[in-house]
Design a protein around this ligand. Structure first.
Ligand code: B12
Ligand code: SF4
Length: 495
């Protein structure tokens, strides 16, 4: 059957720093294609809604699957599902992805009959089974599948990450994918999952705190297939186990694959496994993101980061010695006043790293969603993008945004505008020589994207779809309340 897989539009972030291929959807596409279906992929980060509706009318897919990793995309995806149903009532509509997995029932409610099912958890194994079951009435018995009639058992994890490498050939307008100066940039996955349990994050609750790896051969084979000169390694925490990083690296070296890489990791992992990062530096590692999150011990404890401030600073030193470009993130709490913002600005200006600020946001699927006692000030999905405050601010809201933007603007001077030209002149010239202008276009865009008035104004928009109110839990949340894929210990206990 004809299956169209769709990724929604970009959020605030992607208007400026990056735009990346929908890797998860490409893996689902590979699995669906392997099951014998004809598959197309449409990424609304680089196509528009009119182009989607045209494809629907002209290609007439039997099924449309939407990827919903980001909560802020919920209203868009619901409206697209409704538009799909209105235009082609016989088309089967299903939704999967990270955020969808935590709010399956409420998506079906919002869809008011336009969504046939929501698929929780990893899509590679289950998506072909869903397509097979269309029309037989037994969808809700499949693992991870939720329909208006009920929900199947817990989703099952993909046993072998080597299966279904991403169908990158289905991507169109790939030249539009970039990550800062890495322009153009592809994405790849070497390992999946995270064994830590930070309170603000849902990567661990999604995968049941599991960790899986590709075989060195399959990982290198996948990198070898990539045509772009730059690769974003999307692993939640890169090189948790040094031996896995070395094994893949050796295979990359053996095949003489030359790329520039960006990856994300933890400071304690960098400290512990310096050798593997140094090795990958030789293989082309260029840019890395370190999840610092907070400068003080109290906030690190609240985030359950399990790392000390001293270790974070030591890791920055190590990254500098390795000659890596580093971006770090700090979580701004809505409770911050002017002096806290000023302290971050002062600190950030003393370090060479690129410092990002995101706003503390309880997401469904995180522990803070269940335990954060401050009331949410908004249930508008669109504001859940870590750039808006959905908890009460100590400062008047507009003043909070002014401080946030002022701080981001100061920090951004380092890597946007003329600051960037002086730092990244070489890579920029190389990108331009390849005809790539994504990075150049973003250099002077900061104030049109990040704008206190725009962000404040976003709170006044009429809300068509609202997030279901939370039910707080007393004490520690249970596995059933937290996880999409149940951790091995919980699976054993319920067996
Ligand atoms: C890579 C990544 C990005 C990339 C996105 C690339 C892209 N175009 O999709 C970039 C860097 C742009 C990004 C940005 C942001 N991200 Co991000 N990102 C990730 C990360 C680390 C990995 C995602 C990934 O590629 N995984 C590998 C692939 C194979 O898995 P997958 O995409 O989940 O797909 C699988 C399933 O979800 C499912 N599936 C997916 N789609 C579909 C569709 C169907 C039909 C089916 C059946 C199944 C299915 O099957 C796939 C295969 O198993 C996740 C963490 C995580 N572990 O998920 C955070 C994560 C998704 N990001 C998050 C956030 C908050 C953001 C930002 C808002 C802010 C920020 N600071 O990071 C921005 C805004 C994004 C935007 N749209 O503009 C949060 C999500 C919060 C939420 N609930 O909304 C996560 C969970 C991180 C976290 N720590 O909590 N991100
Ligand atoms: S923030 Fe990073 S280390 Fe913490 S749980 Fe999420 S992915 Fe793991």
């Amino acid at each position: 059957m004809r299956v169209l897989l769709v990724h929604p539009s970009p959020l605030l972030y992607s208007e400026l720093y990056l735009r990346l291929e929908p890797l998860g959807l490409e893996r689902v596409a590979a699995a669906v294609r392997a099951a014998g279906h004809e598959v197309r992929l449409l990424d609304l980060q680089v196509f528009d809604h009119a182009e989607y509706l045209r494809e629907l009318a002209e290609w007439q897919p039997r099924a449309v699957g939407f990827s919903l990793n980001y909560l802020a995309n919920v209203p868009e995806v619901i409206d697209l599902a409704k538009a799909t149903r209105a235009q082609r009532p016989e088309t089967f509509v299903f939704i999967g992805g990270h955020s969808a997995s935590f709010i399956a029932a409420e998506l079906l409610d919002h869809g008011a009959g336009a969504i046939d099912c929501v698929v929780r958890g990893e899509g590679e194994v289950i998506a072909p089974r869903v397509l097979e079951a269309i029309g037989d009435g037994g969808l809700e018995r499949l693992p991870g599948v939720v329909t208006q009639r009920g929900a199947g058992p817990s989703p099952t994890l993909l046993e072998n990450l080597d299966r279904h490498p991403p169908a990158r050939d289905l991507g169109r307008r790939r030249h539009r994918y970039f990550l800062g100066v890495l322009d153009p940039c592809a994405s790849a996955e070497l390992t999946r999952g995270c064994p830590w349990d930070c309170s603000f994050c849902s990567a661990w609750t999604f995968y049941g705190r599991s960790y899986r790896k590709s075989s060195p051969e399959a990982a290198a084979e996948d990198l070898a297939r990539i045509r772009e000169p730059n690769v974003f390694l999307v692993d939640d925490v890169a090189f948790i186990h040094a031996e896995d990083g070395f094994a893949i690296g050796r295979e990359v070296e053996r095949r003489n694959i030359r790329k520039q890489y960006y990856l994300e990791t933890r400071c304690d992992v960098l400290l512990k496994n310096q050798d593997v990062f140094a090795y990958w530096r030789k293989l082309g590692l260029f840019y890395m993101f370190l999840g610092v999150e907070a400068l003080d011990a109290e906030a690190l404890k609240r985030h359950r980061k399990r790392v000390s401030s001293d270790a974070n600073m030591e890791a920055l030193e190590v990254a500098r010695k390795l000659g890596l470009a580093v971006a770090i993130n700090i979580i701004a709490d809505p409770d911050w006043d002017e002096s806290r913002f000023a302290a971050v600005r002062d600190w950030a200006l003393t370090v060479p790293e690129i410092v990002h600020l995101t706003v503390a946001t309880p997401y469904p699927g995180t522990e803070t969603w269940l335990t954060e006692t401050r009331e949410l000030t908004s249930h508008d999905y669109r504001l859940f993008d870590v750039q808006h405050a959905v908890l009460p601010t100590r400062l008047p809201l507009q003043r909070f945004y002014e401080q946030l933007i002022q701080t981001q603007a100061v920090l951004n001077r380092k890597h946007l505008g003329w600051g960037a030209i002086s730092r990244y002149g070489g890579p920029l010239v190389r990108a331009l020589a390849r005809g790539q202008t994504n990075y150049l276009k973003m250099l002077w865009k900061f104030s049109s994207v990040y704008n206190a008035e725009r962000q404040f104004g976003d709170h006044g928009r009429p809300v068509k779809y609202a997030l279901r109110p939370r039910r707080l839990v007393a004490g520690k949340p249970t596995a059933a309340q937290l996880y999409v894929h149940q951790p091995v210990s919980a699976r054993k206990a319920s067996a």
